[in-house]
Design a protein around this ligand. Structure first.
Ligand code: FMN
Length: 191
């Protein structure tokens, strides 16, 4: 059976704890899923719950689980969510200093449809490096889910906990789905 595969990359921000919502919704829509976490994000997520839902080990390093393949997984779409200020800036600059960033760099380079959903406060979002990063990634055809059109704006500093509940997991998946329409579904073959 061929099913589309969604690669999810989580960064170290509060909504990472709720990535199971995205996995569940995607699975209901016949995606297979796998999660890669930045090293800092490991503190934020329930690894066992994610592995139970995805059926794949959570990857964070090149050798995070015995027997796991070193190569990057085939993916029909990539969602980076929540994307931190730190990781958005790194992705735009092409910095690949951990397995998650290497995964993102390579999948964007392979032109895998990519949606990035930042979770940043307004004080960080106005910084010139972040503004440049968003513009540069959009130039690379990465969908940055941020702004009035997306109904997803940076939050006021200190309000992250309450904003976490509004994180647009389903909307991110909806944004990724039409981007894959020209991509042939393929057999799942992830390590
Ligand atoms: C409890 C906690 C909450 C955080 N929330 C956010 C956040 O909402 N957005 C953000 O950009 N960084 C947040 N940070 C800071 C990031 O975790 C930090 O910049 C980290 O280096 C990001 O690593 P990563 O981008 O590799 O995941 C938070 C840190 C902590 C400890």
């Amino acid at each position: 059976m061929t099913r589309r595969h969604l690669q999810i990359v989580v960064c170290a921000a509060g909504p990472a704890a709720d990535v199971t919502q995205l996995i569940t919704t995607a699975t209901q829509q016949s995606w297979t899923t796998a999660v890669t976490a930045t090293p800092s994000a490991l503190e934020f997520i329930d690894i066992e719950a994610i592995e139970r839902l995805t059926g794949h080990p959570v990857r964070s390093t090149y050798r995070s689980s015995p027997g796991a393949r070193r190569s990057l997984p085939a993916a029909d779409a990539l969602i980076v969510a929540p994307a931190t200020y730190n990781s958005v800036n790194k992705i735009a600059l092409g910095i690949a200093d951990n397995y998650a960033m290497t995964t993102v760099a390579e999948l964007i380079g392979r032109q895998v449809p990519t949606v990035v959903v930042p979770f940043v406060n307004a004080a960080l979002a106005v910084r010139a490096p972040f503004q440049r990063a968003v513009a540069d990634l959009r130039d690379e055809r990465v969908r940055i889910f941020l702004g009035t059109d997306d109904g997803w704006e940076p939050h006021q500093p200190g309000s992250g906990s309450s904003r976490r509940r509004a994180f647009p997991w389903a909307a991110a998946l909806e944004a990724a789905t039409p981007m894959t329409s020209g991509v042939p579904a393929r057999s799942t073959d992830q390590g």
